[in-house]
Design a protein around this ligand. Sequence first.
Ligand code: NAD
Length: 516
Amino acid sequence: MTAAAPPSTVSETAGLVPAWLQWPAWPFRAPEPQSPRKSETDLMDLKKFYIGGAWVTPHSSREFPVLNPATEEQIGSIILGDETDVNTAVAAAKAAFDSFSRTSRDERIALLERLLEICNARREEMALALSAEMGAPISMARDAQADAGIGHLEGVLAALKSQQLRETLANGDILVREPIGVCGLITPWNWPVNQIALKVLPALATGCTCVLKPSEHTPMSAAVYAQMIHDAGYPAGVFNLIHGDGPTVGAGLSRHRDVDMMSFTGSTRAGVAVAKDSADTVKRVTLELGGKSPNLVFADADLEEKVTASVLECMYNTGQSCDAPTRMLVERSCYDQVLEIAKAAAAGQAVGNPAEEGGHIGPMFDRIQFDRVQSMIQTGIDEGATVLTGGPGRPEGLDKGWYVRPTVFADVTNDMAIAQQEIFGPVLVIIPFEDEEDAIRIANDTPYGLAAYLQTGDPERAERVAARLRAGAVHINGGGFNYGSPFGGYKQSGNGREGGMLGLEDYQEVKTLHFG
Ligand code: NAD
């Protein structure tokens, strides 16, 4: 890290932020000395990679700053790896595979249970890292972002304990499930720990070894995660962490002949690149990509409650969720009433400092995203949509930090750019529909198919419409995601499923034994 002045907010956040996260305490050491191993490898350093069971100095020396989105100040820096770093990490994972793939299910359960204990003990550390690096308000960083690391672990453990690893088919043949091999795991910045957990845990659970390349924008939570795996006592080389950009490290993993599977979460653009780069070596590729999820609101729903909750869900995590209900489709007969409710809900959504407790939303995660959201808001205005609340610029009183105004557009048509493109900010578009058939047509008129939402007081309609929505999940009347359920999309939202049993199966090969 280059020497620089401490961010001005440190004094405001002191008390919330532990010493290891406060400037200039980098490189930092985890505050809880509970590690079963005490050595120099316990030292976490953002400029190091975790390879072969130790924090090592990368071959590359290309630095990349880590910024706090609320202060716009640099809070750390990482090294972006090169081809040599990719080769070193893959070689470590390959070397570890033979013995780790032969561990028993009970051994792997014991390791995951130890990891669960550590995740619970370090939830606050994780939340603070997430909040600092991507601007998640601390209450939400703790209760949702960091909690996902624990919830998915419980889901994976339950699946692993009940999975049939060997079964007899009706014809007498035996089917066995085996780990697929070395996995390359690429994750985004918006739900950093959630995504890491959904990839690393099934790899570890099934006996695979892996190389994780987290988003270069959120390396702090990834470093805490790597340290927790180290402290859980995983054998050297089973889990490896390298930082880097997409075109070098991401593509390097995708093209590597010793990587057997790529699991990618991020934009559809980069997911397509991963699939193409993986094609020459015929890897398995699973993709969790973007979304523009419809939310069908029928006049028979409890409008006040469901529309308010829907708007807040769209704004949650500052709109930076792949499955956010960003396209609200509203039955014409209740359109005006819904606009009033939606306007009030969005106008009431507080925006503020992520270091403070509360239900407010924070800034966009970085400057590029801030500019993109501003430009999409302008696009909506230029396309002729009506700004119900919000609009361009920063919220009043927030002159520093990449904050945007919660914005609702009415009178949107589904062919507008703001209805078709993922904005990835706190921006909701509202489109009227005439009847059920019209609603289903508009809902499915998108290249994406990650999630869909449905608000209706008629249970039969809920089933009927849900069956026709082309999406990997349908949330009915506010039903939320439960850990252990599969998560993934139709169409250009990806392929494969993460979480629970289906998440394990993506990391397994199936072998058939034919006995003579
Ligand atoms: P991004 O695609 O820019 O980056 C995601 C990751 O891919 C990063 O680690 C990045 O370094 C890497 N990457 C970029 N180009 C690459 C390439 N050519 N080859 C290999 N790796 C490459 O996405 P982002 O901005 O970090 O995240 C936001 C996107 O992620 C949104 O589109 C969002 O919808 C999507 N997302 C999807 C899910 C899901 O489960 N479906 C979950 C979270 C986020």
